[in-house]
Write a protein that binds this ligand. Structure first.
Ligand code: IPE
Ligand code: MG
Length: 216
């Protein structure tokens, strides 16, 4: 969900206003994704490196997350959404950890998944997985067992990864899982990401031939 800061600065607003606008975009995208038949939406909300942002922005983002989580419970349960957080949860403020656990439990029966990456880093995930993997017997040290050591091993690899704000980088997102994902990069800043932009990404995905390293 990249470009919140630039969106705000272009308008003479504070970066946090951009993050607020970004949260509203997420609500809209969930709606469009459901309508398009997407079953799992994973969003990169806060990286392991984002702790280095100015303290007031970090605090503001944590507050915004807490607000989003607190406000959404009823709606998510009603819509059958299962809310899950992926990342180093222990890094988060304790109060936020509690509200996350509460929302995850309240939405556990949901069948449509919203996965929010918080204090997430692809390298951190691989490193955390490697520590578990090292405990396995030698005969089990294969790709399938490594995947089982990731944060949310039941999730399939993403089919499509959309990057907003025109950056041609992976930026430590789902490093293990993105091996065969299709990438879609748009210059649109996340708060401006519209239904037409979303549909263009989906159409682009459908136009691609996915060989996954094999032949047709
Ligand atoms: C969203 O936008 C990312 C976070 C939630 C931290 P950015 O903060 O990366 O916005 P830009 O890249 O500065 O425009
Ligand atoms: Mg950015």
């Amino acid at each position: 969900m990249d470009g919140n800061g630039r969106w705000a600065l272009e308008r003479g607003k504070k970066r946090l206003d951009g993050h607020r606008a970004g949260a509203a975009t997420l609500e809209r995208v969930m709606h469009w994704a459901k309508a398009a038949g997407v079953e799992i939406l994973t969003v990169y909300a806060f990286s392991t490196k984002n702790w280095k942002l100015p303290q007031d922005e970090v605090d503001g983002l944590m507050k915004l997350l807490g607000w989003f989580i607190g406000r959404k419970k009823k709606q998510l349960v009603k819509d059958g959404v299962r809310f899950r957080v992926m990342g180093r949860k222990a890094d988060l403020p304790e109060k936020l950890q509690k509200s996350i656990a509460d929302l995850e439990a309240a939405t556990a029966a949901g069948t449509w998944q919203l996965v929010v990456c918080l204090s997430y880093g692809g390298r951190a995930e691989i490193l955390d997985a490697a520590k578990k993997f090292a405990e396995l017997p030698a005969t089990e040290r294969d790709e399938a067992h490594f995947k089982n050591c990731l944060y949310l091993p039941d999730l399939p690899d993403p089919d499509l990864i959309i990057r907003t704000s025109g950056e041609f980088r992976v930026s430590n997102f789902l490093l293990w899982e993105c091996a065969y994902s299709e990438f879609y990069i748009t210059p649109v800043l996340w708060p401006d990401f519209s239904e037409a932009d979303f549909n263009a990404a989906i159409a682009s995905f459908h136009s691609r031939e996915r060989r996954m390293g094999g032949h047709k």
